[in-house]
Ligand binder design. Sequence first.
Ligand code: PSU
Ligand code: MN
Length: 335
Amino acid sequence: WVSALRRWAPSAANAGVRSGPTVTPQRRLHDAPLRIHPRVQEALATREPVVALESTIITHGMPYPYNIRMAKEVEEIVKANGSVPATVGILQGRLHVGLCDEELQFLAQSKDCVKVSRRDLPYVLSQGLSGGSTVSGTMIAAHRAGIPVFVTGGVGGVHHEGEKTMDVSADLTELGRTPVAVISAGVKSILDIGRTLEYLETEGVCVSTFGDSTDFPAFFTPKSGFKAPCRGGSSKYVWVLSARSLELGLSSGILLAVPIPAEHAAPGNAIEEAVQQALREARLQGVQGKEVTPFLLQRVNELTGGQSLESNIALIKNNARVGSRIAVALSQLRN
Ligand code: PSU
Ligand code: MN
């Protein structure tokens, strides 16, 4: 029956994958589901601080070569602030936690990488495909690997008219079910920020701004017009939030929103106009499903002549600095 199963099994070759070994289900079952980079493994074993990073931002969020430059710079910032970076991605059906330079380069340049959220993982892993992990995909990998802190730019949310289309990012439900602290710059106005906050409440996600203000940031601007339910500005604060959440066995995540630093906040208005136009175009062209967010990000970047991309990169770097320091504090308090 083993050979029958082998014949039946979708191999990497007939799944249309370019290279890599032929894969059979029984080999897979005995394989570790996660490929943790040796440096990350060492850090986890010795309780050094580790910061998880996503890769959809590389494969679908930014054009080449800005994406690879950003990915490497963010890893350097994480290191410079005391933590070990662990970029999550899927390579030929394996979920990697921590990528080497060649692997980052492959994801940054590949034209056929999949955007991988929770629902996509079984298919992509079983078919030997490669892809960038979204916030939801990355949270799953980070949690499985034992990494409690994850830095990104903007999280997904409820799309405009989501009350009709039901286009609600899997990031929100993931935050409701996976205990990882996600450090972001809030939610972009390509999304319905008010409904996103409502949905996060429904999912039981602890949402907090990081700093003095309770204004929930809108990525490019420090204020979205909505309030975050709580705020706090120290790493200790984040640790206590996580500790209380875990003690109660809440099993949900924490969303920390770091407002954009004042020096990058200036072009916010121009970006907002571009966002409105990109939303109109998406509606007219009937863009749907997982294509919506990448379409909007690309159009906003084109319409602002690269300004949104520049702010985007500045924000992620700022988040990486904040997140790395939080991870350091968490590991000191824990050790
Ligand atoms: N927002 C951004 N940049 C991004 C994303 C969102 O400003 O790159 C990516 C993240 O990976 C996020 C995903 O998890 O898009 C959400 O996609 P969707 O809206 O299809 O759930
Ligand atoms: Mn969606």
